[in-house]
Write a new protein. Structure first.
Length: 661
């Protein structure tokens, strides 16, 4: 079975094909921002006529729609009196010490919010909805003529009846308009997050649906047996389900590399906790792959509420922190005379100045080329060859000292990415010095040593084929369905039978009793009165074991655990996976074992010092080769840099371990 992963980035589209015998085929083509589907199938065309059994696609369609605010025009229906909920938010500031900064506006206009004369309380109806009210709401929606509809009523996660009646009436009256009801999208308590997520689902469904249906049809035409879309949780969905879970695709693109990184643990010689950094052409994505244990997600630390472009989404998602520090990020001088990198990007077109496509603004890639880290004769993708003179002309627009400017751009980009890595580690009580850094993406391995220095880390691991590592993760992603529901009860009031019945009530019957599926269960727990939760596994539905695991996880995560404080469960979670969909990462080193004769190249270090660096072929290194920095490891899909004071060693598993002695 040939499995293919395609990662559509802002600059390049990466493809990895994993054959049944474990061999790989890799392609990197230019992205087509105007229509990402073109880049997707151009990458498949570059693969040739080889049959594809499974295609897993990481798409940024949902992410870009949120960033660019080009989703559908939504009408939101909510309980009367709560029409301003999305504007009130959590009454927190966008930036604590910046009084002039505000939150981005909601995805729906205030005039497009309809209040329903009904009221549900935690124990049932306070004001029952009538047929006349359902008809009034339907007519109000008709006058507004929306492109999509969101429904989020009070306590619909526990009592969905009023939402079901309104949704049924609207679907009958407007069969061509998507209707997202909160009890279907996110049956969780917390009105703001549930309403925000449901509104985002309605906002994204038309554009995501159009893209997914188009690519699915093209996949059928190419006789691809199974086509799936990556979700924010690190699993994949078929086209039909993906269309109905558009908000779950908000982090579809960045999570592929995190999924691939979890396969590295058995080969890492004792490094169990990893920080990952995916540095592409447009942005850099930081994440974490932590040890499996109480409170930890197997694919990384899971966020309860991800914030994408200022929009809270309470969907299952791997923790991702994105910053504008990709290879195409534009460098500039601000009003105070300081050097800045990003947030603007040169993108795929025109791209960095050194691409020779008409770009004239200096970027991070231009700086790396000027410093000698990149080879002007080495193509990045398709016909992209680097023009050093064009890069120097672009940097000259910022000042006369071009080498100093190049070093400055690199250092500023490093600082921006380091902040993202700190937000997924230090800000969550985790010490990065005890972890290993896994940089990947086209530009990530160039910055591995610099980022490790900044964070006080001593180990950097370059994965196999780092430039297309996210696509490799997509090819390995399993089919996965996430099921969630609110469930409020004190643990000391629960027994195994009650908890088992609660899980059974939310698990679709189609998944029960099937030997081809792995079903895992977990519970969100908290001390009574807390406003945040810790997720722990529910092994054998044993409340006593859940309590023990919660106390351990809370102490590890937050530094304390009160043995006398009551513990309550608030949410149930079920993850359903197909184990036969998992494909182990083929990372055994098959390169030649003959001695490698390195070349030499003059490069600049981050402090502006010019040194002579050895140049090795990244993809053809033998096992157990020791390399003293400074050295450049130039590969077909990415280039790595071993800085002075660091030492690299190639492992049998095709990984490269870079350490500070």
């Amino acid at each position: 079975m040939t499995r293919v992963g395609v990662d559509v980035g802002g600059t390049f589209t990466d493809l990895v094909a994993v054959r049944p015998d474990g061999t790989l085929e890799i392609r990197k083509v230019d992205s087509t921002p105007a229509d990402p589907a073109i880049g997707l199938f151009r990458a498949l065309d570059a693969l040739g006529a080889e049959p594809v059994d499974v295609l897993v696609h990481g798409t940024t369609v949902a992410t870009n729609a949120l960033l660019e605010r080009r989703g559908a025009r939504v009408v939101l229906i909510t309980t009367a009196g709560f029409e301003d909920l999305l504007w009130l938010r959590r009454q927190d500031r966008a930036a604590l010490y910046d009084l002039a900064r505000d939150h981005p506006p909601p995805l729906v206009a205030r005039k497009d919010v309809i209040g329903v004369n009904e009221r549900m309380g935690p124990d049932g109806p306070v004001l029952a909805i009538t047929e006349q009210e359902v008809e009034r709401v339907t007519q109000a929606v008709r006058k507004l003529a929306p492109e999509s509809i969101a429904i989020s009523l009070l306590f619909a996660f526990r009592h969905p009846g009023p939402e079901e009646r309104i949704a049924a009436a609207l679907r009958a009256a407007f069969p061509d308009v998507p209707v997202a009801a909160s009890h279907e999208v996110l049956p969780f308590f917390r009105e703001y997050e549930r309403t925000s997520t449901t509104t985002a689902e309605a906002y994204l469904r038309p554009i995501v649906g159009e893209y997914v249906r188009k690519t699915a049809e093209l996949s059928i035409q190419r006789e691809i047996r199974s086509y799936r879309i990556m979700t924010s949780s690190g699993g994949s969905l078929g086209p039909d389900k993906a269309v109905q879970h558009a908000a779950n695709l908000a982090l579809s693109g960045p999570v592929g590399g995190v999924v691939a990184a979890k396969w590295l643990n058995p080969f890492l010689e004792g490094a169990r906790d990893l920080l990952t950094l995916d540095m592409g052409g447009t942005s850099a994505d930081a994440s974490l792959v932590a040890r499996v244990g109480p409170g930890w997600n197997e694919d990384g630390l899971s966020e309860r509420t991800a914030v994408i472009a200022g929009v809270p989404l309470a969907v299952p998602a791997i923790l991702i922190e994105t910053v504008s520090a990709g290879g195409g990020s534009v460098a500039s001088i601000d009003e105070g005379g300081a050097l800045r990198v990003g947030p603007r990007s040169a993108g795929a077109l025109p791209g960095p100045a050194c691409y020779g496509r008409g770009g004239r603004e200096p970027t991070v890639t231009d700086a790396c080329l000027v410093m000698g880290w990149l080879d002007p004769d080495h193509p990045l993708a398709e016909s992209v060859r680097l023009d050093r003179e064009a890069a120097e002309r672009a940097l000259a627009t910022l000042g006369a000292d071009i080498p100093a400017l190049a070093a400055g751009i690199v250092n500023v980009a490093t600082a921006v990415m380091a902040r993202a890595l700190k937000r997924v580690s230090v800000a969550r009580g985790l010490d990065p010095r005890a972890m290993a850094l896994v940089p990947f993406g086209g530009a990530g391995p160039l910055f591995g040593c610099a980022l490790a220095d900044t964070l006080g880390m001593s180990r950097v691991i370059i994965p196999p084929h780092p430039g297309v590592f996210s696509a490799m993760g997509l090819a390995m992603a399993s089919e996965r369905t996430d099921i969630l529901a609110s469930f409020h009860a004190r643990l000391d009031d629960l027994d195994r039978e009650t908890l088992a019945r609660a899980f059974a009530a939310i698990c679709p019957k189609e998944f029960l009793g099937r030997s081809d599926l792995i079903i895992t269960k977990s519970v969100d727990c908290r001390f009574a009165g807390q406003g945040y939760e810790v997720t722990v596994d529910s092994l054998w539905d044993d409340p006593e074991m859940i309590e023990k695991d919660f106390l351990n996880a809370h102490a590890e995560r937050h530094g304390h655990a009160d043995l006398e404080q009551p513990i309550e469960a608030v949410n149930l979670r079920i993850v359903v996976r197909r184990p036969d969909a998992d494909t182990p990462i083929p990372i055994d080193r098959h390169g030649a074992q003959a001695p490698v004769r390195p070349g030499r190249r003059s490069i600049l270090t981050r402090d502006g010092t010019r040194v002579e660096a050895l140049v090795y072929p990244l993809d053809d290194l033998p096992s157990d080769l020791h390399i003293e920095g400074p050295a450049v490891l130039a590969g077909r899909d990415a280039t790595a840099l071993v800085e002075p004071g660091w030492r690299a060693r190639t492992l049998r598993s095709a990984l490269i371990l870079i350490e500070r002695p």
